[in-house]
Write a protein of this length. Structure first.
Length: 324
C-alpha cells in the first residue's frame, strides 16, 4: 500500500539545455487522457543547463492550473544517473516514469504506465515501445543499431525481460520504476554515470540501475501499450556521432556482465568473455573489412565489438583514476 500523501505516479524529466524541447513534452503531458482517477505529478530535474530551461519551467508553473503539479529541481552535478537519482529522491509517486527531454509521450502514456504497474505488482520496472521521429533519413540497415538510439519496437505482446534468452534490458527512456524497488536495491552512487553534457563515455547507467533491481529478484517487463516518440535530429545520424554512441554503449559491457556473476564465477567469466569477444571482433573484421569505410552501420558494429573487447581494461582505468 502507498503511504499517506504519496502520489500514484510521477513523471520525471531529466532536462539539459532543453528550453526548446520542453514545451512540447509538457504540452503533451498537460492533455493526457484517462488520468482523471490517477493522482499524479510532474517533476523536472534541470541537470545544470546553460540555457533558459529554468525560465521556461517557471513560466509554466506561474500559469499552471491543472490538478497535477509541475515541480522544478536543479541538479548541478551532470550525469544521467545522477539526475535520475535526484528525480527518484524528489518523486512522491509509487511509480516513477522517466522521460528524456527529447521524448514525446503518447496521449495515454501516463494512464497505460500506471495501469500496467497496478496490475503487475511483482514488477520492479518496465519499459514500452519507443518510436523514432527522424529529422533526416537514417543510414542503410539502421535497424541493426536502432536500440542504441533508444528505439524499441518489440511487438504487441507483453513479456518479462528476466526470461529473455539474450538477457537484454530496456533503455531508460520511457522506463517506469517502482520507487520501493529502487530505494531498496539501487546504491546511491552508481559506477556508470551516464551521458554528461556531450560525453557518452560511461553510458549504461540505465542498465546498471535495472540490473540491481533484477538481481534483487524483481521482474523487468516490456509493456507494448506504452508509446513514446523519440525526436532524432539530423546530426545524430552523422557517422562520427553514431560510432561514438555505440562505442560508449560497448565500454560498459564488462561491468554489467560482472554484476550478473557470483564472485567465484568472475575470473572464469572474464576469460571466457575475453576469448569470445576477440573471436567475434576478428571474424567481423575479416568478413566486413571492405565495408568499414563506406557503410556507417558496419563501422558502428565493428566499433561496438572492439569497445566490448577493451571494456574491462577501460573500466579498470576509470576505477584507478577515481582512486587517485
Amino acid at each position: 500500500m502507498m503511504e499517506k500523501n504519496q502520489y500514484d505516479f510521477t513523471v520525471a524529466i531529466r532536462a539539459y539545455n532543453a528550453a526548446e524541447r520542453l514545451p512540447d513534452i509538457i504540452d503533451k503531458l498537460k492533455v493526457q487522457e484517462g488520468t482523471a482517477e490517477i493522482n499524479w505529478e510532474i517533476i523536472i530535474v534541470d541537470n545544470n543547463s546553460k540555457d533558459n530551461t529554468a525560465e521556461i519551467i517557471a513560466n509554466y508553473q506561474f500559469n499552471w492550473q491543472e490538478k497535477f503539479p509541475i515541480k522544478y529541481f536543479l541538479e548541478p552535478q551532470q550525469g544521467a544517473s545522477i539526475a535520475r537519482k535526484t528525480a527518484m529522491e524528489k518523486a512522491e509517486g509509487y511509480y516513477v516514469g522517466f522521460l528524456d527531454d527529447d521524448n514525446l509521450p503518447a496521449s495515454d502514456w501516463v494512464a497505460q504506465a500506471y495501469a500496467f504497474g497496478k496490475s503487475h505488482p511483482q514488477v520492479g520496472a518496465y519499459g514500452g515501445q519507443i518510436h523514432g521521429e527522424f529529422e533526416a533519413e537514417p543510414p542503410k540497415n539502421f535497424k541493426k543499431i536502432a536500440p542504441y538510439l533508444a528505439i524499441i519496437e518489440r511487438g504487441k505482446k507483453a513479456f518479462s525481460y528476466n526470461e529473455h534468452k539474450k538477457k537484454v534490458l530496456p533503455p531508460g527512456a520511457g522506463m517506469v520504476i517502482s520507487k520501493k524497488a529502487w530505494l531498496e536495491n539501487v546504491p546511491k552512487n552508481l559506477f556508470l554515470t551516464g551521458p554528461a553534457g556531450k560525453s557518452l563515455a560511461l553510458k549504461g547507467e540505465d542498465i546498471e540501475i535495472l540490473s540491481h533491481i533484477q538481481n534483487a529478484g524483481w521482474e523487468i517487463w516490456y509493456n507494448p501499450e506504452m508509446h513514446i516518440y523519440h525526436q532524432i535530429p539530423h546530426w545524430r545520424f552523422e557517422r562520427n556521432y553514431l560510432v561514438s554512441l555505440v562505442t560508449g554503449s560497448g565500454l560498459h559491457r564488462n561491468h554489467i556482465r560482472m554484476m550478473r556473476l557470483k564472485l567465484w564465477q568472475k575470473p572464469l567469466g572474464f576469460l571466457a568473455y575475453l576469448v569470445n569477444d576477440f573471436r567475434k571482433a576478428l571474424f567481423y573484421l575479416i568478413k566486413n573489412y571492405s565495408l568499414l569505410k563506406t557503410d556507417t552501420v558496419a563501422a558502428c558494429e565493428m566499433a561496438l565489438l572492439l569497445s566490448i573487447l577493451v571494456s574491462p581494461f577501460y573500466l579498470w582505468k576509470v576505477q584507478l583514476l577515481r582512486k587517485i
